[in-house]
Ligand binder design. Structure first.
Ligand SMILES: C[S@@+](CC[C@H](N)C(=O)[O-])C[C@H]1O[C@@H](n2cnc3c(N)ncnc32)[C@H](O)[C@@H]1O
Length: 259
């Protein structure tokens, strides 16, 4: 996250997210500039990106699917979603991002665009979505915002629907020490060491979220986490090692008899 590097000490509020992504961030390659995680796995960025499409997006979209993408930004993953689904809805806090997507995908007639309040899915009907995708966005959201979205995810998902949510994976034990962030650079470094196990490098503006917290928030909203993925590929060659993130796979119910 070297681009606009002075932005990344702000709190993870909806307002700050809005100001950053709507006004301050310059989107030099429309999201494809975020190649750090691929570099960390020693993989070319395009290959790493394609592995995400092949492993997580394509298998979950049928030509009959209604798909919701939360926080598409400039549409890095949306092209794949729109091209494969019956109906796609793109929801983002940033009106500028939604406008960018509207222009970028203007040749498609199966897309709805919503600029939202950063915590609800108003305008998306109950029990209407087969697959929800969100990448590089919940990593910047506070627990209260995620809680609000999870209540909405439960509302809009069909009973057999599925959500893939990419989020931060800090060490749960040390989350109560997030106050260290307010103590300047040394405090932020110490907190990063405690919750990410590293001193060097930035923290990718990750919010104070662990995999355990995601399970708890899903449960609180009547959903279950089926799996939490940090590495993938035939030999685990792709991963979120750089910042320790996860993709959580979330359902309204999990059929335990299938295991
Ligand atoms: C780092 S960009 C990622 C964009 C895109 N998902 C990608 O992977 O290229 C973060 C995106 O999340 C959006 N965002 C941040 N907080 C949000 C919120 N509370 N609700 C909806 N969108 C949000 C921003 O407007 C921005 O488009």
């Amino acid at each position: 996250m070297t681009e606009n590097s002075n932005l990344w000490t702000k709190k993870h509020t909806i307002q700050n997210n809005l100001e950053i992504w709507d006004e301050q961030y310059t989107w030099p390659q429309d999201g494809d500039e975020w190649s750090g995680q691929a570099n960390r796995c020693n993989q070319p960025y395009e290959k790493w990106k394609q592995s995400i499409v092949d492993s997580f997006i394509r298998p979950n979209i049928l030509e009959t699917s209604a798909v919701l993408e939360i926080a598409p930004g400039h549409g890095r993953w949306s092209a794949e979603i729109i091209g494969r689904s019956r109906q796609a809805t793109l929801v983002d806090l940033s009106p500028a991002c939604i406008e960018f997507c509207r222009q970028r995908f203007s040749s498609f007639d199966n897309v709805s665009y919503l600029a939202n309040d950063g915590k609800s899915l108003a305008g998306v009907a109950d029990d209407s979505v087969d697959f929800i995708w969100s990448f590089d966005a919940f990593i910047h959201m506070n627990a209260d915002v995620i809680n609000s979205y999870f209540s909405e995810v439960r509302r809009v998902l069909k009973d057999d629907g599925i959500a893939f949510i990419h989020h931060a994976g800090r060490n749960n034990t040390f989350l109560p020490f997030s106050f260290l962030r307010s103590l300047g650079r040394p405090g932020r470094k110490l907190y990063k060491l405690m919750t990410m196990g590293k001193l060097k490098d930035d923290d990718g503006w990750r919010s104070d979220i662990s995999r355990e917290k995601i399970v708890k928030l899903a449960g609180k909203n009547g959903m279950a986490v089926q799996d939490q993925i940090r590495s993938w590929g035939a030999n685990g060659e792709y991963s979120f090692e750089k910042y320790g993130d996860y993709i959580s796979i979330i359902r309204k119910t999990i059929d335990i008899s299938a295991n």
